[in-house]
Design a protein around this ligand. Structure first.
Ligand code: 5CA
Ligand code: ZN
Length: 419
């Protein structure tokens, strides 16, 4: 899968401190990556609808982590996926009469355009589920051979000409650490599993929470031949396990995504990683949910504000980015009528403030932005530090030659805001 072009990250004097984030598993502030190489996997989109503000906020949050790591002198390896075959994508294509592959290709391209406009650094490894099927199939076969997965009979009409092979499910009971990522009790997990794409009531499973690893061919659905697994397509959680492992190794620093992915997706993908002999992510970071009118913005609910719609209406992508940075990444918040105008106004003030040759000294402002980011990616605190500098520049001015340039480059490098 092709990524989008990398924006330039200006170099700025000095270096940022060690970055700490809140780990969802422990709930405590931890060092995100010990270094010198920092490895990050952020779950990518399911491309059946265009990038909304919730997606944008999530990818921008992890972009701050990426930038803070670079500023701290770490070498970053960033991987992500595109879930370019899965139930919601196929359902949408069927409902709208589109070709599923075309839908996925169009929406993946639009996502890349949005990420480019928003100044998000691209992943170094970017893989689609479809292109990874051979590796996923080999991995699922291995889990089956090792007794960590089992076959479940399929309904009549499923499974093509080898229905007896059945679907393949992971056995969660073999993993003593299962449940450690989200830390929920059994009843909560079963309810969430059903709500978020799982099938707790599927007959033939050993445990209601066992997730699908390989889904056999169904009439009208795309399927790929995978030897002893038979024709079918991969489950969702194993997709991310395999892509992360292939790009970053069996154990890596941070897995990220929106909070709706904590359970079951990150619980399951980490359990799969353990079954394969690794650790998966050492730290799990989750963003809050962006809503509209009091409800989570979601493709399935349809209450979306799309980045591409705002751009087409002439919104400055930097103002869209700034609007998301006005909220802490772990908070839930609502996009509303003031979000964009407030960000545009702020951006305008900052642009006016950096337009002169001289200004107030930049040193303490750059330090404050760095400190804010190192302390759990506190973007709102970083914006307040910039507001303080801009207010001073506009009211009393300043004599330090080149200070506006230093501040502007720091904003670009650390927050991805190009003035
Ligand atoms: N393809 C899978 C991950 S492997 C997937 O969840 N795709 S997605 O398109 O549904 O979501 C992409 C990312 O955006 C996920 O990290 C998800 O948690 C996040 N996300 C979705 N809706 C919101 C929202 N309203 N606010 C914040 N983040 C959101
Ligand atoms: Zn994922």
């Amino acid at each position: 899968m092709r990524t989008w072009p990398a924006p330039h990250v200006p170099s700025i004097p000095g270096r940022g401190g060690e970055v700490k984030v809140v780990d969802s598993t422990s709930g405590s502030l931890v060092v995100a990556a010990p270094g010198p190489v920092a490895t990050l996997y952020v779950c990518g989109i399911t491309p059946y609808d265009a990038t909304h503000l919730g997606h944008a906020a999530t990818y921008i949050a992890f972009d701050l982590l990426h930038r803070a790591w670079l500023d701290a002198g770490l070498e970053v390896r960033y991987a992500s996926n595109v879930t370019d075959v899965d139930d919601p994508l196929l359902e949408r294509a069927t409902r709208t009469g589109q070709d599923w592959e075309q839908l996925a290709a169009d929406q993946t391209a639009l996502f890349a355009e949005d990420m480019t406009a928003l100044g998000v650094l691209p992943p170094h490894t970017y893989l689609g589920a479809v292109e990874t099927i051979p590796t996923i199939a080999t991995t699922v076969s291995r889990l089956l051979d090792e007794g960590l997965a089992y076959r479940v009979p399929v309904e009549a009409g499923a499974g093509g000409d080898r229905p007896e092979l059945g679907d393949v499910y992971a056995d969660v009971s073999v993993d003593p650490h299962f449940g450690s990522v989200a830390g929920l009790d059994h009843d909560q997990t079963v309810a969430l599993f059903a709500e978020r794409g799982g099938d707790p009531d599927r007959p033939g499973k050993r445990d209601p929470l066992d997730p699908a690893l390989w889904r056999r061919e169904r009439p009208g659905e795309p399927a790929w031949d995978a030897g002893q697994l038979g024709t079918g397509r991969p489950g969702w959680h194993i997709e991310c396990t395999v892509i992360a492992q292939q790009a970053l190794g069996a154990s890596f620093d941070v897995q990220g995504g929106g909070r709706d992915l904590c359970f079951p997706h990150h619980e399951m993908s980490t359990a799969h990683a353990r079954a394969l002999g690794g650790e998966g992510a050492r730290v799990h970071v989750h963003t809050g949910m962006v809503g509209l009118g009091g409800e989570k913005m979601s493709k399935s609910l349809g209450n979306l504000v799309l980045v591409s719609t705002l751009r087409a209406a002439g919104a400055d992508p930097m103002a869209i980015r700034l609007a998301t940075l006005a909220h802490h990444y772990r908070d839930d918040w609502d996009w509303d009528d003031r979000s964009l105008p407030d960000a545009e106004e702020r951006l305008g003030r900052w642009r006016a403030a950096v337009s002169g040759n001289g200004g107030p000294d930049a040193g303490s402002t750059v330090a404050a932005i760095r400190e804010a980011l190192a302390a759990d990616l506190d973007a709102p605190a970083a914006l307040r530090a910039m507001d303080t500098w801009a207010d001073a520049a506009l009211s009393v001015g300043g004599e330090v030659e080149g200070a506006p340039g230093v501040v502007a480059r720091a904003l670009d490098a650390l927050l991805g805001i190009r003035l």
